[in-house]
Design a protein. Structure first.
Length: 107
């Protein structure tokens, strides 16, 4: 009986190690013509990429391939599969990624 338990536990360990492989990384690009704020970071006019891993509660802001900010937030389900960025009072509040009904909501 102990022989089968060892295989069961080994299988669970392998499964637990492969879960990060199932995570999907999303990317959204945006060109800002005026300055905006995301989290506590002020973004100047320019081109930015937003990336997020659906297994984490953080969004990375990249400029020219370099991470310039990481902000905490949460994943929310949207009614449509649209891409874009929501801005309220010059503050980025949500990033929607192409091809999914998931969006990253910022506080």
């Amino acid at each position: 009986m102990h022989f089968h338990v060892k295989y069961y536990l080994a299988g669970l360990a392998v499964l637990a190690l492969t879960i990060p492989v199932w995570a999907r990384t999303y990317k959204q690009s945006m060109i800002l013509s005026t300055g905006k704020t995301i989290g506590s970071t002020q973004l100047k006019p320019g081109s930015y990429d937003f990336t997020a891993d659906d297994s984490k509660m953080e969004l990375n802001v990249l400029q020219k391939g370099k991470v310039i900010a990481t902000v905490q937030g949460q994943w929310v389900k949207t009614s449509e599969k649209t891409q874009g960025v929501d801005i309220e009072n010059d503050k980025i509040t949500q990033v929607r990624f192409h091809g999914t009904d998931q969006a990253f909501q910022l506080p």
